[in-house]
Ligand binder design. Structure first.
Ligand code: ZN
Length: 194
């Protein structure tokens, strides 16, 4: 049976579930689908030595990229361009040639629970989680589609913070391009106190 030999990146399916649970906190279905998405992109990488990643949603998928590739938010090789689409692109750093992989609704008809989850047709309570997980695993890459893309130059550059200064109000370092004081001291701090 196909399900017995499922691999995600360099992990067996069960190893991947284990890694997801310890990194993400729970077995989010989106992160399992995300594993198949990243795996398919890795198998179809454009030529070149180094690649970066773009994630088109901030939910779940970035964690799949961080678990299965060297690209992370922290090292700057993974960027989120949040368009709310369940897709990632891996692209060659120099030329921007990339492969975009997405969950394709046209391929979901054979998988009712998976389809209902993707289009949020059921509440969490109505959802049959075991059946959903089973469909996700069995479907694997069959519900995904791929596109060759070329990334715009402005999305290929590494973000440069430029010069920094000491904020006259809080005394901490901040990017000088933000103005005379840091963003927090100009009223945009997320904290009520401190
Ligand atoms: Zn400040």
């Amino acid at each position: 049976m196909k399900g017995d030999f499922v691999q995600i990146g360099s992990y067996s399916y069960d190893e991947y579930l284990h890694v997801v649970k310890s990194f993400h906190g729970n077995l989010a279905p989106g992160l399992i689908v995300g594993g198949f998405i990243v795996d398919l992109a890795l198998k179809n990488l454009p030529p070149g030595q180094y690649f970066d990643a773009i994630c088109e949603t901030s939910a779940c998928l970035p964690d799949a990229v961080q678990l299965l590739t060297p690209c992370s938010i922290g090292n700057g090789w993974l960027k989120i361009v949040d368009m709310g689409r369940f897709a990632i692109t891996l692209f060659e750093k120099e030329k921007g040639e990339g492969i975009r992989v997405y969950l394709d609704p046209r391929k979901l008809n054979a998988w009712p629970e998976f389809h209902a989850w993707y289009f949020k047709l059921k509440t969490k309570k109505e959802q049959n989680l075991d059946e959903l997980m089973n469909e996700i695993k069995t479907a694997g890459a069959d519900v995904l589609s791929m596109l060759r893309v070329k990334v715009k130059p402005e999305h290929m550059k590494k973000k440069n913070l430029g010069k920094t200064a000491q904020c006259p109000s809080c005394g901490e370092s901040y990017p000088l391009s933000d103005g005379d004081a840091c963003i927090a001291c100009r009223g945009f701090s997320p904290y009520i106190e401190g």
